[in-house]
Design a protein around this ligand. Structure first.
Ligand SMILES: [Mg+2]
Length: 321
């Protein structure tokens, strides 16, 4: 390993001291298990996600700090999608023997920086040598008041369908990198791809207001994640093309709609709300847009100028090198 596990642990330990205990972490790194205290009357949320080199990131496109940030975002976004509070994160890393030490340092810096901003300590993990490529597995534990987790299965016929923020910004950046090999994009100029912020406050606000009947985070693309929500709820959907908040990045033109419909890694929230409920245009500082409504049946239909076509789930295919 480029850094002995002991050294890595010592480094992480120094970084999290301040956060321990804040959210219910009783004992973190240094014991055989972390000890977490979930508030009484709450249930535990657990999510796990891989970040694999060549699948979820590329070393020539993504600086190490970006990879660390995006790794934790994947886990936090899932907690947000349930209306939950993150409690602690766990990270398992498999690293090639020849990986430079500064890559690992940069990764941890990006990871821990988002942890600090989100108040989520890194409470444990594991390291191993990888025969090829970097593999990071993030586990995030969260909590939610008993019975209040917002599931994918709660959407009912007539509910409005809403998304937060804008869609397609992340896919537009990947498209640029793919079409112009060798082009260097500065991560700070394209934060929605390189530094996506999990919508934790928005998820919590939706749960507290009792607004959302069903929710999912948009990690694979609107078409795919809406299909998941509809399938779990046993319903269909009508989505109005003109209502989709497309991010405008560069000169993608018509492709922008494809990015918004099928591009992954936006980490916005997609939720449904009953027709009688007024949904504010902005919640927790994030713009909210209605893009359609839930229908009977199983089909997801995209309406363009009054004409409907079946919206097939075509979530962003991950990039191979
Ligand atoms: Mg998810």
């Amino acid at each position: 390993l480029p850094l002995s596990e002991k050294k890595l642990i010592a480094r992480v330990r120094r970084n999290i001291g301040r956060l321990a205990g804040k959210r219910g972490l009783v004992t973190g790194i240094g014991d055989d298990c972390a000890v977490l205290r979930i508030p009484s009357g709450h249930e535990t949320l657990v999510t796990t996600d891989f970040s694999l080199e060549g699948i979820h990131f590329r070393r020539d496109w993504h600086p190490p700090g970006v990879v660390g940030h995006r790794c934790l975002t994947r886990g936090l976004s899932d907690i947000a999608a349930m209306g939950g509070e993150p409690v602690a994160a766990f990270l398992s890393l498999a690293l090639p023997a020849k990986l430079p030490q500064r890559w690992v340092d940069g990764f941890l810096e990006g990871f821990l920086e988002l942890g600090r901003k989100s108040g989520v300590p890194l409470a444990g993990g594991d390291t191993a040598e990888s025969p090829s490529g970097i593999l990071a597995d993030i586990v995030v534990v969260g909590s939610v008041p008993r019975g209040k987790a917002i599931l994918r299965s709660g959407a009912r016929v007539g509910d409005g369908i809403y998304v937060s923020g804008e869609l397609g910004a992340s896919a537009a950046v990947i498209d640029t990198l793919r079409r112009q090999p060798g082009k260097k994009l500065r991560a700070v100029d394209f934060p929605r791809h390189f530094y996506p912020r999990p919508r934790i406050e928005l998820g919590r606000a939706l749960r507290e207001k009792g607004l959302a009947t069903a929710m999912i985070d948009i990690s694979d693309g609107l078409s795919t994640d809406l299909a998941h929500l509809c399938e779990e709820s046993g319903v269909g959907a009508r989505v109005e093309r003109e209502m989709i908040p497309c991010a405008m990045i560069g000169d993608a033109g018509e492709a922008q709609l494809d990015f918004a419909l099928h591009g992954g890694d936006d980490y916005e929230l997609l939720f449904t709300a009953p027709p009688g409920k007024r949904v504010p245009a902005q919640i927790a500082g994030v713009p909210i847009t209605q893009i359609g409504h839930i229908t009977r049946g199983k089909n997801v239909v995209l309406i363009t100028k009054g004409a409907g076509v079946l919206l097939e789930p075509r979530g962003w295919e991950h990039f191979q090198s």
